[in-house]
Design a protein around this ligand. Structure first.
Ligand code: PLP
Length: 432
C-alpha cells in the first residue's frame, strides 16, 4: 500500500484493500470492480450537487483557462475571489461581514482559533485564550482542530494541545438526559453546567466556545429545545466569543442557508467549507463580524501586516466553483428545495423509528439519522445497506443520512426503502 489512509487501520488496509472509486454519476459512484452505489451521505457530507455536475465542471475549466492560480498575499488578490467574498458577506447571516479564505475545514478552524487569540491579545486580554469544545464535536485534523475535537482517537498518540481546551458535554438528550428531565430542563442544566465550568476554570482564561449548530460526525445530534439560547446567554455573560462550525451544516443542509438560522445562533465567527464548493474544489473560509474584524485590522495595522495565510487560500478556481455553486443553490431555491426533499425523507423515517432495534429517528432539513440501540445493530444495518447498493455513514450506534441535494424523489424512496429493509434484516439477524 503506497498510501497511508486517513481514519483507517493501516494494517487492515494491507489485507483488505479499501473500495476504490472510479466514476460518479449524479448521486451514484461506481468502484473499480464495476459496483455502483447510491451515496446517501454526499461523500463526507460535502458533495451536495452529486459527483459530476456539468456546470461545476465547466466553471472550473473556464476559470483554469482564464487564470488557474493567483494568490491574495501582500497587495495582490484575484478578481473572482473578491467577488466571492462580497457574495458570501451578503449571504451570511447576522453581522458576519468579512471572510478569510483557506483550503480545508481544518485550516478554517485553526484560523478561527488564531483569530480569537489575536483578538484577545489586541484587547489586552492576554490570558483569555483557551477554547471550550464539546464531547463528540468534530473540528478537523490540525493540531488545535484535533484537540478541539471531542473524540479520543483523534488525540491518542499525537500529543495535541489538550491543555488549550476546556471540554464540556454534548447536547444528546436521548442518551444523556436525567430520568424525568424534559428537553428544556436538559438544556437549562447544560447551560448551568457550562456556566459552572467557566467559573471554575476562570472566565479570564477562556477566549471562545466552538460548536457545530448540529453535530454531524458526532452522531447527527440535533440541539434540544432551548440549548443554543442557554449557551449564548452564558457566553455573553463571560465575554466569550462564539465560533459556529458550519462546515457540515452550512449551505442548506438543515433547511435554512445556515444552521445558525435554524437554531437562532448569532456567532462572532463562523467556519464554512465542504458545500461551499459542493466539494468540487478544496476551499474553506472563516467569517467574522465587523466587531472582530475591526479589532483584528487595527492590531494588524499596528504590526504592519496580518501575519497569517495559506498558499491556496482564496484559490481562483475554488472561488469560481463556489460562485457557480451559489448560483445553482439560488436557482433551486435552496431552503425550499431542501425542506421539500427533507419532508420526503421524514415521511419514510417515521415508520423506521417504530422498527425493532431503532431507538430514535431524527431530522433537520436533509440531515437525518436513525439511532440504533447498539453499535452492533448499526454495523449490521450498514453492511446490509451496502449489499443493497446504498452507502450510509455509521457513527457508533447512529446511521447517518445526508444525500446530495440533486437526489431525485425516486432515489429518496430507493434509499429509504433500503434503510428500512436493512433495519429489518439487522433485527432478524439479532434474534436468530
Ligand atoms: N469541522 C466540521 C464540523 C467537520 O465536519 C469537518 C470535517 O468533517 C471539519 C471541521 C474539518 O474539515 P476538513 O476535513 O476539510 O479539514
Amino acid at each position: 500500500m503506497a498510501q497511508l489512509y486517513p481514519f483507517t487501520d493501516p494494517r487492515v488496509a494491507e489485507t483488505e484493500a479499501p473500495r476504490s472509486m472510479a466514476r460518479g454519476d449524479n448521486v451514484r459512484v461506481t468502484d473499480t470492480e464495476g459496483n455502483t452505489f447510491l451515496d446517501a451521505v454526499s461523500g463526507l457530507w460535502c458533495a451536495s450537487l452529486g459527483f459530476n455536475h456539468p456546470r461545476l465542471i465547466r466553471a472550473a475549466e473556464a476559470q483554469m483557462q482564464k487564470l488557474a492560480y493567483y494568490h491574495s498575499f501582500m497587495g495582490r488578490t484575484c478578481e473572482v475571489t473578491d467577488r466571492l467574498a462580497k457574495r458570501l458577506a451578503a449571504r451570511l447571516p447576522g453581522d458576519l461581514s468579512h471572510v478569510f479564505f483557506a483550503a480545508s475545514g481544518s485550516e478554517a478552524v485553526e484560523t478561527a482559533v488564531k483569530i480569537v487569540r489575536y483578538y484577545q491579545n489586541a484587547r489586552g486580554k492576554h490570558g483569555k485564550k483557551r477554547i471550550i469544545a464539546r464531547e463528540g464535536g468534530y473540528h478537523g485534523s490540525g493540531q488545535m482542530a484535533a484537540a478541539l475535537t471531542g473524540m479520543s482517537y483523534c488525540h491518542d498518540g499525537f500529543d495535541v494541545p489538550l491543555d488549550m481546551v476546556v471540554r464540556v458535554g454534548r447536547p444528546h438528550y436521548l442518551r444523556d438526559a436525567h430520568p424525568g428531565e424534559n428537553e428544556l430542563d436538559f438544556s437549562k442544566r447544560m447551560a448551568r453546567e457550562l456556566d459552572e465550568t467557566i467559573r471554575r476554570e476562570g472566565p479570564d482564561t477562556i477566549g471562545a466556545f466552538i460548536g457545530e449548530p448540529a453535530m454531524g460526525s458526532g452522531g447527527v445530534i440535533l440541539p434540544p429545545e432551548g440549548y443554543w439560547q442557554g449557551v449564548q446567554e452564558v457566553l455573553a455573560r463571560h465575554d466569550i466569543l462564539l465560533i459556529a462550525d458550519e462546515i457540515i451544516t452550512g449551505f442548506g443542509r438543515t433547511g435554512n442557508w445556515f444552521g445558525c438560522e435554524t437554531w437562532g445562533i448569532e456567532p462572532d465567527l463562523m467556519t464554512i467549507a465542504k458545500q461551499l464548493t459542493a466539494a468540487y474544489f478544496p476551499m474553506s473560509a472563516v467569517a467574522m463580524t465587523s466587531r472582530v474584524q475591526d479589532v483584528i485590522a487595527d492590531a494588524a495595522h499596528g504590526m504592519g501586516t496580518f501575519g497569517h495565510g495559506v498558499t491556496y487560500g482564496g484559490h481562483p478556481v475554488g472561488a469560481a466553483v463556489a460562485l457557480e455553486t451559489l448560483d445553482i443553490y439560488e436557482e433551486m431555491d435552496l431552503p425550499a428545495h431542501v425542506n421539500a426533499l427533507g419532508a420526503r425523507i421524514g415521511r419514510a423515517l417515521g415508520p423506521i423509528g417504530e422498527m425493532p432495534g431503532v431507538l430514535q429517528t431524527r431530522r433537520a432539513g436533509m440531515l437525518a439519522a436513525a439511532e440504533m440501540e447498539t453499535e452492533a445493530d448499526a454495523i449490521a444495518v450498514m453492511a446490509a445497506a451496502e449489499r443493497r447498493g446504498v452507502f450510509f455513514r455509521r457513527i457508533g450506534p447512529v446511521v447517518a443520512i445526508s444525500p446530495p441535494y440533486t437526489v431525485t424523489k425516486d432515489d429518496i424512496d430507493t434509499l429509504m426503502g433500503v434503510l428500512a429493509a436493512s433495519v429489518e434484516e439487522a433485527a432478524t439477524l439479532a434474534t436468530t
